[in-house]
Design a protein around this ligand. Sequence first.
Ligand code: AMP
Length: 290
Amino acid sequence: MEIIHTVAWMKQVAEEARRSDRILGLVPTMGALHEGHLSLVREAQKQCSPVVVSIFVNPKQFGPSEDFQKYPRAFEADRAALENLRVDYVFAPPPDEIYPPGFRTAVTVDGLGDTLEGRSRPGHFRGVTTVVLKLLEIVQPRFAFFGRKDAQQVRIIQQMSADLNLDATIVVCPIVREPDGLAMSSRNAYLKEGDRRAAGVLYRSLEAVRREVSTGERNATRLLASLRRVLDAEPAVSRDYAEIVDADTLEPVMALRKACYVLLAARVGNTRLIDNALIEQAGDSFTVTL
Ligand code: AMP
């Protein structure tokens, strides 16, 4: 496994791979890797060779009062985990390699990033799309792998990719969860014991929606009421938002339609967590995927 720190070297390695007709895959991450990230890597390895995993804690996607400084960094453990999976390349540039002095450009996808996470975290998606476009440009992979855990992010990246005619196919991978259902996240490391136990309620609130849908409920207001009953009963958890939105427009829906998401963000102690469920129509019924 080769560790690459510079853009120039990464470009050269990627260009050589493309020239020899190899199928390059990219898995962008901010490190502190867990099984969620590793599931993306395994999926990438099924479809691509070589696979590049980028590790870059992107300062531009953190607000001024957010956790950029204390975001978990675990390069040695990450390196060992990726070596173990026989990943070909790790791209781990220092911040000024991605944003050299004088850097001025930003990429914004209008509309989709203003609500939900974007409302709670102004500027977040602009930081995400800027760095993802840069990574896609540097590596120029055939496939790039993202987790459905960050459903709004994936939708925005797909829109950017379509609007800018990017060549990479965006592959969306399922959410990997802890045994109690909590979606794996690097930020779970912040949770103290009691908060960690309380955090399982996010999953249970999505399960409540799944149950209601399976008994025929289609009304978004009533489905959200079921979700809130479960979530708000946990005193250690404070809801930021819980909405059912169209999977394409991310606009709230009144009733279930072809594809939608239940999107959820909550604070557990000082830690902000997100989760979601995908609802899809299958004939006369709907399936809910957590
Ligand atoms: P991050 O390091 O948090 O920026 O995440 C890097 C990639 O891993 C993103 O595409 C995330 O959606 C994905 N990811 C994070 N957590 C999970 C999870 N629990 N299951 C699946 N993918 C995940």
